[in-house]
Design a protein around this ligand. Structure first.
Ligand code: AMP
Ligand code: ZN
Length: 487
């Protein structure tokens, strides 16, 4: 199957046709470095990593640019409120430059831990202020801007196809008057290209510009830096779905108004990781980071495995039960491959046909708009197939792992060298202890049923009820162990 993606621009699956043969230029919106990334952010970067690995698996040479937003991302998408970086600085008592440096490192650490292939280049917004000013000048020369008391704005009414990505009904917005906007903005959808520093306070990050001292609006960095490193038009642009209506819509407006050419050909957006009470977000104060998971004994790759299990365009509801079940399944995969022998064994009849079939099944899955759950299922079919020798199975699985990114070869090599005791992955069958109150047993059984029906929300609730009754459930191979909580 030819490689195809669901393109948000046009809302349909399309065969991927690269601008230059065997090359793919890809821009992904990166982290705003005022705090740790949460595991929702990392879900989006993981989906982009699957995409990049699939391109490489299809023999494309990928140039991947990711921005680091270290200035200008305001708390509100309506170009108002505090700058997220200055807010982070006030919270921690460090300078914005220190904050940016610290959280950029924290982000790159998580990238490494999750075995995400690093971008070809990470571009910091503050390193490319000149390019952003040049682009605003270009827009000004072409008549797309106007100046208000607080900045330079893009006039979206000057662009006939503004909002095409999000399929925004601009006229409807005008009539509905649902969105608050500053009195000086000509249209509700207009956005800041350059914001002036407040007259009475000195900002930590500010620059001179032809319009006055200030700082760039959030969207312009991506237009200016993608243009610098990938050209006026490039292949693929990605981010989370929240970027469709504002950030990506405005990137397209700026870039296409300035160059007069199409911006990116394919737009891919990842759905959100959510919690029971809605999307995971930093504005809620408390959020889950990768470290929260590793502190509880999960490995970063357990989380990667969990994300492989749900298609990137589907919402994923986080719960500890979903993560437990991913961890158990990943451990079983490792137990299985560690037992496979690398020596040549006598060939089994029809073996090569089976190997070829699995290869094409895997390629079909990943090429069909990143169907990673299906790709994982094919991997498991290989593990279970008795008509293929261990050596060929291992070769196939290592080949698939170029896309899955679970570091399976490294794991096997380390365990063969004795660096990993695989006994720790061997989970003994644990019979449920005697003397557990029937009320608790009933809840445990109900939870097992809920898990089998993939109703993880209910399973989580039942686990909590069991905890309230003084018992903790530990998932084990072939069942659960239940321990009484001792005070
Ligand atoms: P930000 O630093 O807020 O610009 O977010 C960085 C990336 O994470 C963007 O691509 C967002 O779309 C994405 N993102 C934010 N929240 C979530 C979430 N809960 N689940 C998945 N992706 C998210
Ligand atoms: Zn962006």
């Amino acid at each position: 199957m030819k490689l195809q993606f669901f393109n948000t621009l046009g809302r349909q699956k399309q065969v991927f046709e690269a601008i230059a043969p065997h090359k793919a230029g890809m821009y992904t919106c990166g982290q705003t470095v005022y705090d740790y990334p949460h595991i929702g952010n990392m879900r989006t970067y993981l989906f982009e990593d699957f995409l990049k690995r699939i391109l490489m698996y299809n023999s494309y040479e990928v140039t991947h640019i990711m921005n680091i937003t270290d200035v200008g991302h305001l708390v509100s998408d309506a170009d108002e409120g505090e700058d997220k970086m200055e807010k982070g600085s006030a919270r921690t008592g460090k300078s914005v430059w220190e904050i940016a440096d610290y959280y950029t490192k924290a982000f790159i650490d998580d990238v490494k831990l999750l075995n995400i292939i690093p971008a070809t280049k990470y571009t910091k917004a503050t390193d490319y202020i000149k390019e952003q000013i040049d682009m605003i000048k270009c827009l000004e020369d072409k008549g797309f801007t106007y100046i208000t008391s607080d900045g330079v704005y893009f006039d979206t009414s000057k662009l006939s196809d503004y909002g095409k990505l999000a399929q925004i009904d601009v006229e409807g917005l005008e009539e509905g008057k649902r969105i608050e906007f500053s009195a000086e903005k000509r249209n509700k959808t207009d956005f800041a290209l350059w914001k002036f520093s407040p007259k009475d306070t000195k900002r930590q990050m500010e620059w001179k510009s032809p319009w006055g001292i200030g700082f760039p609006g959030w969207h312009i960095e991506c237009s200016a830096m993608s243009r610098k490193f990938l050209g006026d038009t490039f292949d693929i642009h990605c981010g989370g779905i929240d970027h469709i209506p504002i950030h990506h819509t405005n990137e397209i407006a700026q870039s296409e108004a300035c160059t007069g050419k199409p911006f990116a050909h394919y737009w891919l957006h990842g759905a959100f990781l959510e919690e029971d009470d809605g999307k995971m977000s930093k504005s809620k104060g408390e959020f889950l980071c990768l470290k929260t998971l590793t502190d509880k004994g999960y490995s970063p790759l357990d989380y990667r495995y969990m994300c492989l299990g749900t298609h990137y365009r589907k919402r994923l509801l986080f719960s500890w039960d979903v993560l437990d079940s991913a961890k158990n399944s990943f451990n079983r995969l490792k137990q299985n491959i560690i037992r496979m022998k690398e020596e040549n064994a006598p060939g089994k009849s029809g073996e090569q046909d089976r190997v070829n079939l699995y290869k094409s099944d895997f390629l079909e899955s990943v090429n069909d708009d990143l169907n990673m759950p299906q790709a994982l299922a094919v991997t498991w079919e290989v593990v279970r197939n008795t008509g293929i020798s261990d050596k060929n199975k291992l070769e196939l699985i290592y080949d698939f792992d170029r896309v899955l990114g679970l570091e399976l070869k490294k794991f096997v090599d380390e365990s063969r060298r004795g660096q990993i005791s695989w006994a720790e992955f061997e989970i003994p069958d644990a019979p449920i202890k005697q003397g557990i109150p029937s009320e608790v047993l009933e809840l445990i059984n109900k939870r097992a049923e809920a898990k089998a029906a993939k109703n993880f929300k209910l399973a989580d609730e039942l686990r909590n009820k069991v905890r309230e009754l003084g018992y903790v459930i530990i998932d084990k191979k072939g069942g659960v162990e239940v321990k009484e909580i001792k005070n």
